[in-house]
Design a protein around this ligand. Structure first.
Ligand code: ADP
Ligand code: MG
Length: 447
């Protein structure tokens, strides 16, 4: 074995302990280190999609392991065996065509799907299905409220399968399925080709992704056709992935026999993201933009606090914030800037419903002290710490000025308010427990 082989085998041995064996076989089994110098490694991979996928998804992990082994930091280049630049471009174009034929949006991938407690199960199942379509969970049924990432995960599965295999994928919404079906019925009498076309489109594929199945409710004939399509695919071990805004049991307008079929495989639920995941998603989506490094942590927390329901809402906030920044060219994007930029976007109701007294009550109850304690001059820790927390929450979730907040906390001046806010804000950076406590208190604020 030469040096490169020894080095690379070392790396692969560590890697094996960190990823599933299926992922390992798919992505790393046939890789080779072909050149190394002080800061640069050239790694050979079998096909273009390996190159793309390793860059998108595994770069950080590879980097981490290699840095651990060598104590040095390298950058990596992936090259495809015996491939010229032209061939590479050709393959890329090929993939683009496959995406178009499959109706897939290449923008939604596993690499840019941020994982947290509320979506981990769904994401894991989606990856497993993408790696072995038709083999493990069939059908895969993903449900959850709007804006939580169902469509994103479906496209991610489709993109993965398209890029890593020759399998044929088709993504449709149930509305498209209905309109295709109505289309064939209209023309059925005089044109048999169209019927064949429908059957070919839906039955001659390896992976069918059907989004928002709840809209099939009521369309009885279409349900009937879907039932047959489902059976044909299922019987030949083709993968079916379904999404819905509710669970199979709650799809009351669908025929029983369809609902029963949906339960044959695996049903996974996506829940609304918690505070921590909302922050993580915001950070992930903010990076890369030219003003991203102007954004203060307090802005992330402010948005995460006030856009609670779904991910689409978070994305909207970023878009507005950046649009406003493009106009105003601020030196930094801090809390005041964000409040101004998002004043029409972030639900007024949250402000109206969160007044200072309610927050004081929630904090006092949590710490088993009284509102009067919060307003008092007492400076013992068991009172002053809850007071700082209450002030922090007031600043984050109400529109009150620091002067007004100060007044409500026993006539303190606004610099005390700012000081309390800064102190808690700093502490939150590495105190997960405090973060959880504040979340808990906020949940008890009576609206
Ligand atoms: P749904 O289909 O459940 O209504 P989508 O998949 O359309 O939701 O998600 C709405 C938006 O939020 C999309 O732009 C999607 O990329 C984004 N999104 C949702 N969940 C995540 C996540 N975990 N990480 C990154 N982006 C997400
Ligand atoms: Mg959707």
């Amino acid at each position: 074995m030469n040096n490169n082989e020894v080095f690379w085998n070392n790396f692969l041995d560590v890697l094996k302990t960190k990823i599933s064996s299926v992922s390992f076989d798919t992505w790393f089994k046939d890789t080779k280190l072909i050149k190394q110098d002080i800061s640069h490694l050239i790694i050979q991979v079998p096909m273009t999609f390996h190159k793309k996928f390793l860059n998108d998804t595994y770069y950080d992990l590879i980097d981490e392991i290699i840095t651990n082994i060598t104590g040095n930091s390298f950058d990596f280049e992936f090259v495809v065996e015996n491939q010229t630049k032209e061939e590479e471009i050709e393959q890329d174009i090929d993939i683009v065509y496959k995406h178009i034929n499959s109706n897939l949006n290449p923008k939604y991938t596993f690499a840019n799907f941020v994982i947290g407690e509320s979506n981990r199960f769904a994401q894991t199942a989606a990856v497993a299905v993408a790696e072995q379509p038709g083999k493990i969970y069939n059908p895969l049924f993903i449900h959850g409220k709007s804006g939580l990432g169902k469509t994103h995960l479906m496209h991610a599965i489709g993109n993965y399968v398209t890029e890593t295999s020759k399998k044929k994928v088709l993504y449709v919404t149930s509305e498209e399925f209905i309109s295709d079906f109505i289309g064939i019925n209209k023309k059925q009498d005089n044109n048999f080709d169209i019927v064949d076309h429908f059957k070919e489109k839906y039955r001659n594929i390896d992976v069918l992704l059907i989004d928002d199945i709840q809209f099939l409710g009521g369309a009885e004939k279409t349900q009937h056709e879907f039932f047959h399509t489902f059976n044909t695919l299922y019987d030949s071990n083709k993968q079916i992935i379904i999404s819905s805004d509710r669970s199979p049991d709650d799809l009351k307008l669908l025929e029983d026999r369809l609902r029963t079929r949906f339960r044959w495989g695996l049903t996974v639920d996506i829940y609304p993201p918690n505070f921590e995941l909302r922050c993580k998603i915001l950070k992930d989506k903010m990076i890369g933009h030219e003003v991203a490094n102007l954004v203060k942590e307090e802005v992330i927390e402010y948005i995460a606090t006030n856009c609670e329901n779904d991910v689409r809402h978070l994305e909207g906030a970023i878009t507005r914030l950046y649009a406003y920044a493009a106009i105003m060219s601020p030196k930094e994007i801090n809390l005041d800037f964000a409040i101004e930029a998002l004043k029409d976007y972030i639900g007024k109701s949250i402000y109206i419903n969160n007044n200072i007294t309610k927050i004081q009550k929630a904090v006092a109850d949590y710490y088993k002290i009284t509102i009067d304690d919060l307003k008092s001059k007492k400076r013992t820790y068991n009172i002053s710490y809850p007071r700082q927390i209450a002030i922090y929450i007031c600043r984050m979730t109400t529109e009150e000025t620091t002067t007004k907040i100060g007044l409500e906390f026993g006539n303190r001046d606004h610099s005390t308010v700012l000081h309390s806010y800064d102190k808690i804000n700093n502490e939150l950076k590495d105190n997960a427990k405090l973060k959880a406590t504040i979340e808990e208190i906020k949940n008890t604020i009576v609206n």
